[in-house]
Design a protein around this ligand. Structure first.
Ligand SMILES: Nc1ncnc2c1ncn2[C@@H]1O[C@H](COP(=O)(O)OP(=O)(O)OP(=O)(O)O)[C@@H](O)[C@H]1O
Ligand SMILES: [Mg+2]
Length: 391
């Protein structure tokens, strides 16, 4: 076997440009399971259309019982489709025999939530296992394992047993084992669900590196929205066996069409109005009060210096009340809640400036001046009032 691995780098720009071929395609796929009484059928998947272009990362997200595991089990041949067609790497695999699946499986690697390592084998031997099964010579197996160990950051753990590894290290072994036969496709079934947030981040970074540097197409199923946000290029939302929404992650996250998608997305994009303001928010402006405005930053406009424009150019007193700026599919996205003077001319100028900067805004309500603000206004009034100087 020859090496196709390049050293790791921080450059994770996308290699898949233009109209690359489809690595995975499901057309009108249905999957029925026999119900308990043996007569009725339970439809776990209905009319599923899904396309994963070569070199991209697609995440399928949905609530428990939605059909995610069933979907991935169809793609690795553990279950057969009941209707529709399944095309893998350009070949119609809908009616593949077990023998045909065995030869295809070398091109499809899989990693699991609970790692599925053999406890009696060392890290080295776990990674070597699929190559031994495929009958490779010991020398080429050794070359391949020694190439994979540094890729997943486990050079110093080759002789350790799974019981001596952390969860993140076990998943790295799982990833190396899945890559052993140089697959074109990597399937991930809840690969980070058993890991803590920091370890999840490092595993997602490793998966992205594998995709960007080796060009491996990745299909991820998950119920964790950060996995979609930090790893995937495209997303499909599944509910009750049907794909209800799909598209590039940035587009779906910033403009969800379906209520279930909106609920998932809300956990990473939503900014709460602070509790102490919710109770005092009013529908009408009051004298010297403020307007609460939500500003949404997307894509290239996300870096607009909006606050400094509003304060320096318009001269408005802006107070940041809450906010979050994040990256979705490596593109900035954020929301800021700001209070702006409710005086109509100032508020309108601010709203026009926000729109001119290419950002979106909405008026959430009005706030009465705080006690401290009222005191400041009183003092300003006092200073402006001409004083009678006694002779
Ligand atoms: N072998 C089977 N026989 C009968 N029903 C099944 C079988 N496998 C799955 N199902 C049913 O199909 C539906 C989808 O199951 P699936 O495991 O795909 O859900 P999931 O989205 O992976 O859920 P989770 O997030 O909880 O893992 C469920 O209602 C499940 O009970
Ligand atoms: Mg599942």
């Amino acid at each position: 076997m020859t090496s196709s691995f390049k050293p790791l780098s921080q450059d994770l720009s996308h290699p898949s440009q233009g109209n690359w071929p489809l690595a995975i395609e499901l057309k009108q796929v249905g999957k029925n399971f026999a119900a308990r009484n043996g007569t009725l059928h339970f439809a776990a998947l209905t009319d599923v259309d899904l396309q994963v272009r070569a070199g991209r990362i697609l995440g399928v997200i949905g609530p428990s019982g939605a059909g995610k595991s069933t979907l991935i089990r169809l793609v690795n041949g553990l279950e057969k489709v009941s209707s529709g067609t399944l095309t893998l790497l350009g070949e119609d695999a809908t009616h593949y025999s077990e023998k045909e699946w065995r030869s295809l499986r070398g091109k499809i690697g899989m990693i699991f939530q609970h790692f599925n390592l053999l406890s009696s084998r060392t890290v080295y031997d776990n990674i070597a296992l699929p190559l031994e099964i495929q009958g490779y010579e010991r020398k080429s197996i050794d070359a391949r394992v020694r190439e994979l160990l540094p890729l997943v950051g486990l050079e110093d753990k080759a002789s350790h047993y799974p019981s001596e590894l952390s969860g993140g290290q076990k998943q790295r072994v799982g990833i190396a084992r899945a890559l052993a036969s140089k697959p074109n496709i990597l399937l991930c079934d809840e690969a980070t669900s058993a890991l803590d947030p920091d370890t999840t981040k490092s595993i997602l970074f490793l998966l992205k590196t594998i995709n960007r540097q080796l060009g491996v197409t990745i299909l991820v199923i998950t119920h964790e929205i950060p996995v979609i946000k930090d790893l995937c290029d495209d997303v499909a939302v599944i509910d009750q066996g049907r794909i209800i929404e799909s598209g590039p992650v940035f587009d779906v996250f910033t403009n969800p069409k379906h209520a279930i998608t909106a609920r998932f997305v809300e956990t990473v994009t939503h900014v709460e109005i602070p509790a102490h303001l919710v109770s005092v928010l009013q529908p009408e402006a009051s004298a010297r009060g403020a307007a609460l405005v939500k500003i949404t930053f997307t894509g290239q406009n996300a870096t607009s210096p909006v606050i400094s424009h509003l304060t320096n150019i318009i001269g408005a007193d802006i107070n940041i009340v809450a906010g979050r700026i994040d990256a979705i599919s490596e593109r900035p996205f954020g929301t800021l809640l700001v209070s702006v003077p409710a005086e109509p001319i100032v508020l309108q100028a601010c709203q026009a400036a926000i729109l001119a900067l290419g950002l979106t805004q909405s008026l959430l309500g009005y706030l009465a001046p705080s006690h401290a603000d009222a005191r400041v206004y009183e003092w300003a009034e006092f200073l402006r009032t001409p004083k009678v100087v006694e002779a």
